[in-house]
Write a protein of this length. Structure first.
Length: 132
């Protein structure tokens, strides 16, 4: 359904260091594609498993802000990767939020979750769904 998700950054190089470390944990390999838009704004495109996460300087030249209520969730192949994602995020300028990484069991099923905010305040989730 989705082609890509794009989020804004106030410091693309800081975001690159953060996302290089965090996305490597879940299997993204290689450097992101660096692009300069027709307006001169720098963008990074991380591609993995048919999906794209884009980081961009805001085209309107206003400060990048995070979405209130918005979350970008990354699929992880194991509970260990959920924890590793979380730990890499915190080690590279992210902030752990909500409950500690771990197992959740509710009406949606069983899954391992970890929530962090990136250096620009975007809310990220690492998730591994337990197969019944």
């Amino acid at each position: 359904m989705f082609n890509h998700v794009m989020i804004g950054s106030n410091d693309v190089e800081r975001s690159k260091r953060f996302y290089d470390a965090v996305l490597r944990v879940i299997g993204a390999e290689g450097a992101p594609v660096r692009n300069v838009s027709a307006t001169g704004h720098v963008r990074l495109f991380y591609r993995h498993d048919g999906n794209t996460l884009a980081i961009s300087e805001p085209i309107d030249d206003q400060p990048a802000t995070c979405a209130n209520g918005g979350t970008i969730a990354f699929k992880c192949a194991s509970p260990e990767l959920v924890k590793a994602f979380h730990d890499a995020a915190v080690a590279h300028g992210g902030v752990s939020i909500e409950n500690p990484p771990g197992l959740r069991d509710d009406a949606l099923g069983k899954y391992y979750l970890a929530y962090v905010r990136d250096p620009d305040g975007n809310k990220l989730c690492a998730i591994h769904r337990v197969r019944s």
